[in-house]
Design a protein around this ligand. Structure first.
Ligand code: AMP
Ligand code: ZN
Length: 473
């Protein structure tokens, strides 16, 4: 059974989807007013591990990740840049999807943009009016009266005594001390420029929190299985989502909640407002790969804070090289072994690796335990080389299976440079002409740049040499 720590109950619980074998998952997405920083990607990486683990358990996932493309920050950003809001946010939407590819984060099933769902948000606010859970203020904005919703504060464990009835908060982001009636709809102000929609309460735009309530309901229904985000989302964002959705629909919003701890730099949360952030691009520009960054972001348990350092990124290189070295040796032994009935050839140490790996991830995504099992497996496996073709092929198969969860076990496919293909073709011609000296010279030229020509029954194949063949097991 897969157990997770539910923020709502503050305890470990089994994941049992409402619909058989189908987990409906809502993950708060980026506010597209800047390049996402790697703190944001820590959250998306934890969600990627979560979805991959659910799939590994044989369940289907429908994941929704919203794009907040209208809120206080996007409007301010487009105004400062002097660019229309949709052009401004498009740049960062494109960058976000490119970053997901670099980090090998599996795409969600739906990426709704807030600006495409305004009618759904208006309909939800109308429902709240019918229930007495919305009121219009003098300036034309619409607020949610938190004192009318008796369970307000249940996720963040707020002290209801301290709440100031009738006080209002306009900003999208605020802290627990300022818990107050929050904005569902913000009346038009001149600074909003042409960012404005009609509504039954006059011109304006939605508040941030109503966006996720409307977009989740559109794609996942009124009640779904899991809702995730970073711990900073617990209050006010998720608390307000619960108030809106449960207030309007009279049913549980999300069955379970998971929140990841922050990625920190020198003991402080990495955030745009504090200016202590690195975007993914900045780290790639320093010569690190998406795979190395993936390894860094995934490797610490999601509820522990992760202190980002370049030393740790550097250390990942050795760990990945060790994995690649093992994988390369497996492939060498497996050769062209047929794929049939591989499970029966899985050696005891590999069965044990898989068992420990699974037990760890079933335990609230204990990634440290899972990676520990993996490296112990590599240590054991390294003692068994050379393996028979069948054994190597079956372990290689397991490797592939584990990689559906980890996403960094197989090195990205190396593109063969055209010059090398030409050299290999020239060597075929030299051999046909029985010019052995030239054939040897061409093979040496290929070897000089770190590649090997392997002659196979179907012709020569080019293989890049394993970088760390010298690393000891
Ligand atoms: P935002 O674009 O600020 O709305 O954040 C998008 C997601 O990234 C949310 O789920 C946040 O909780 C998460 N997030 C923001 N900063 C960090 C951080 N330093 N570490 C982990 N997650 C973060
Ligand atoms: Zn959200």
């Amino acid at each position: 059974m897969f157990k997770i720590y539910n923020t709502m109950s503050r305890s470990l619980e089994n994941v049992v989807p409402l619909e058989d074998n189908h987990v409906r998952l809502y993950t708060c997405g980026p506010t597209v007013y800047n390049y996402a920083h790697i703190g944001n990607y820590r959250a998306y990486m934890f969600e990627d591990l979560l979805r991959r683990w659910i799939q590994y358990k044989g369940m289907r996932v429908t994941q929704v990740q919203n794009l907040t493309d209208v809120d206080d920050k996007t409007i301010r950003g487009s105004r400062d840049a002097g660019v229309p809001l949709s052009d401004f946010t498009q740049t960062y939407k494109d960058a976000f999807f490119a970053d997901l590819k670099v980090l090998n984060i599996e795409p969600a099933e739906h990426y709704p943009a807030a600006t495409d769902c305004i009618p759904e948000m208006i309909a939800l606010i109308e429902k709240l009016f019918e229930k007495g859970l919305a009121y219009k203020s003098d300036d034309g904005s619409v607020y949610f009266p938190i004192d009318k919703f008796p369970t307000y504060g249940k996720l963040a464990h707020l002290d209801r005594e301290g709440m100031r009835a009738g006080a209002r908060v306009d900003q999208d982001e605020y802290d627990k001390d300022n818990a107050a009636d929050f904005a569902l709809w913000k009346a038009y102000v001149p600074e909003d420029g042409d960012i404005v929609w009609d509504s039954p309460w006059g011109k304006g735009r939605p508040g941030w929190h109503i966006e996720c309530s409307a977009m989740s309901e559109k794609h996942l229904g009124k009640t779904f299985d899991l809702h995730t985000g970073g711990v900073d989302n617990i209050f006010p964002h998720h608390e307000d989502e619960i108030a809106q959705s449960e207030g309007a629909n009279d049913c549980i919003y999300s069955k379970q909640w998971m929140h990841c701890a922050h990625l920190q730099v020198e003991g402080k949360k990495m955030s745009k407002s504090d200016g202590n952030f690195f975007t993914l691009r900045e780290i790639l520009d320093k010569g690190y790969t998406g795979r190395e960054i993936r390894y860094e972001l995934i490797g610490t348990h999601y509820r522990k804070s992760l202190n980002f350092t370049f030393d740790s990124l550097n250390a990942n290189r050795a760990a990945l090289a060790r994995l690649d070295d093992f994988h390369a040796k497996l492939q060498e032994c497996a050769g062209d072994t047929e794929n049939a009935e591989l499970e029966i050839h899985l050696p005891e140490w590999a069965i044990e690796t898989e068992k420990r790996f699974s037990a760890a991830l079933d335990d609230d995504l204990n990634i440290a335990g899972a990676l520990g099992a993996l490296f112990d497996g590599v240590h054991e496996g390294n003692k068994c080389f050379p393996m028979s073709g069948k054994t190597a092929a079956s372990v290689s198969n397991l490797w592939k299976k584990l990689n559906t969860v980890l996403g960094f076990l197989e090195p990205p496919k190396e593109e063969i440079p055209t010059e090398l293909i030409e050299l290999a073709e020239a060597r075929v011609a030299a051999k046909a002409n029985k010019d052995w000296a030239e054939a040897d010279r061409l093979r040496a030229a290929v070897a000089a740049v770190g590649w090997t020509i392997q002659d196979t029954p179907t012709g020569p194949k080019l293989k890049k040499n394993c970088v760390n063949q010298s690393l000891k097991a």
